[in-house]
Write a protein that binds this ligand. Structure first.
Ligand SMILES: C[S@@+](CC[C@H](N)C(=O)[O-])C[C@H]1O[C@@H](n2cnc3c(N)ncnc32)[C@H](O)[C@@H]1O
Length: 243
């Protein structure tokens, strides 16, 4: 049986973002573009393949627009920095845009930042881009975010018509005040809103820009939820269902 009421205080955004669970230095912020401990290994595809295909025009609705990759909760930004280097070698700097956003300014140094790379220190809860993207990733970032559903919905609205959003999402971290995980009804609603959820990999994705809505109102976060499937302490996010 679950408790009938929360026996903890829910944190608002400011308190959450200062929490040791969110701002800690033990988490893996250093995934590379390819190889061991990499985006390519985690995603099952190399983000550069998406970007390069789009940059040379295949399937683009707007052939003149630069192909874009947005990495939310990008950590050190290492994968993006390596991608910028490879795109330069391929002569695609001018035709690509790489943007990384992270709460913590722990970006790897880039001595001569290329014009297609931007690393932004901001919360994904409030930051908004000025353009759409062909690829949006959020690897192991939502575990530390309060309103996870709002971030997903906002990001789905930043995709190009054929763009792809891929994020790690542990659905058991989305809960009601009595402690119950939002469960299968949330999964069904996410599917109805156009998202695909792979429960084995705890991975959510969607293709093509969408103006999604979900009937859940965010209440706050619990940073004392303990370790999640990654073995790292993570954040539970609390909602009420709108009827
Ligand atoms: C486990 S690390 C993953 C980093 C990177 N995606 C990787 O795979 O190497 C999670 C990252 O999420 C960031 N983060 C947590 N809450 C955030 C928020 N509200 N806005 C932006 N970044 C956030 C943390 O600072 C941390 O860098």
């Amino acid at each position: 049986m679950f408790d009938q009421r929360a026996s903890f205080e829910l944190l608002g955004s400011d308190a959450l973002e200062q929490s040791a669970v969110v701002a800690n230095c033990a988490m893996n912020r250093e995934q590379q573009l390819s190889g061991v401990n990499s985006y390519t290994r985690e995603l099952g595809f190399n983000p550069l393949d998406v970007l390069a295909a789009d940059a040379v025009g295949a399937g683009r609705a707007e052939p003149l627009a630069a192909a874009g990759w947005l990495d939310l909760c990008c950590g050190t930004g290492r994968a993006l920095i390596q991608a910028a280097g490879e795109l330069r070698l391929a002569g695609l700097t001018e035709r690509t845009v790489l943007v990384g956003v992270d709460l913590v300014d722990a970006f790897d140094p880039v001595p001569a930042p290329p014009p297609n790379l931007k690393l932004v220190c901001a919360s994904v809860a409030t930051w908004t881009p000025k353009r759409t993207f062909d690829l949006i990733t959020c690897l192991h970032g939502l575990h530390y975010v309060g309103d996870k559903l709002a971030v997903l919905i906002r990001a789905a609205g930043w995709l190009t018509p054929t763009g792809r959003l891929v994020a790690d999402l542990d659905l058991s971290s989305i809960r009601f005040l009595d402690g119950r995980p939002a469960g299968q009804r949330l999964t069904a609603r996410l599917r109805a809103a156009g998202f695909t959820y792979d429960s084995r990999r705890r991975r959510i994705s969607c293709t093509g820009r969408r103006d999604a809505r979900l009937p859940y109102r965010y209440l706050g976060a619990d940073d004392r939820a303990g370790a999640n499937y990654t073995g790292q302490p993570a954040v539970h996010s609390y909602y009420v269902e709108d009827h």
